[in-house]
Design a protein around this ligand. Sequence first.
Ligand code: NAP
Length: 327
Amino acid sequence: MKAVQIQSFGQPLEVAQCVELPDPGTPSAGQAVVALEASPINPSDVLTLSAQYGLLPKLPAVPGNEGVGRVLAVADDVKNVRAGDIVLLPAGAGTWREKLAVPAARLFPMPPDADRQQLAMLTVNPPTALLLLRDVVELQPGEWVIQNAANSGVGSYLITLARLRGLKTVNVVRRDSLIEPLKKQGADVVVVDGPDLSKQIAAATGKAAIRLAIDAIGGEATARLAHSVAPGGTVVNYGALSGEPCRVTQQDLIFRNVTLRGFWLAHWFNQATPADQMAVFGQLIKLVAEGKLHAPVEATYPLSRIKDALAHAMKAGRDGKVLLTPG
Ligand SMILES: NC(=O)c1ccc[n+]([C@@H]2O[C@H](COP(=O)([O-])OP(=O)(O)OC[C@H]3O[C@@H](n4cnc5c(N)ncnc54)[C@H](OP(=O)(O)O)[C@@H]3O)[C@@H](O)[C@H]2O)c1
């Protein structure tokens, strides 16, 4: 079967190869064999290939952190899923391959009619958006929240989830052409990043006291968000899209008492109770199945075109995710 494999870390386009690996065969006790239907290329995958992520696989490795698949076969002792079920692949399973043998206990059937491409992106970005809104600052309906990289996958989900909670969003992007599409998607305010960001935000929100800003970029972008929240507000950084360390001025940190903190979904997966994880995913799966939670997809590629797919995923100015779809 075809799989993407890396033998070393380095420039993603150089180290990722499509290779032939042995088929997983029949499932052993407690296992299911699943055929991949779709798996996204996320920024964290690109960072993993170049050894810049917080968690690195042992080499050689098959990359890919999430995806959706169809169960081909289960061991005799497996009762929770059966052949034909559509399932989310376990986080971090190494999903960029045609077939995987996985512990069946980590699988549960998805609604059969849900959009498969949307399900493929469900494990990482939607819970990130939900938890950034839920676990950092206790926001009340009617409050504003600011986010940058607002047209990203996380950003799209965050706009929808905020609206469902009655929160209003200020969405910071780096292209004028995104203003109308994001407003159509439910964004309350969309502004283009720049040195006057805090003034733009104050004008657009009637000088609202904003207690939470959500930063995926780092560098000066973090400083501009820190300057846009109210005194005592919080900036939570969850991404390093600029490749630069987060900056916050002492003016904001000390005199305006702004807090800067981080968020990593991996910590939540390790620490959250099974009941909380089920509640979060139950809510998200329902929203995706109903077509209410959605992120755009710009292109799909077979595993054999991994280098083209990665080059596309690493391009600025995309209008959606790049997915690997072996079928
Ligand atoms: N901490 C966590 O647990 C966690 C979980 C999920 C995701 N993340 C992080 O969340 C971020 C977004 O992920 P995603 O999958 O939603 O992204 P995505 O859908 O692939 O979109 C990428 C986004 O990054 C923007 N971007 C790229 N380089 C940039 C730069 N130098 N300055 C400003 N914006 C830049 C793009 O803007 P243009 O369209 O203008 O190019 C686009 O909005 C990533 O940093 C990812 O690692 C973190």
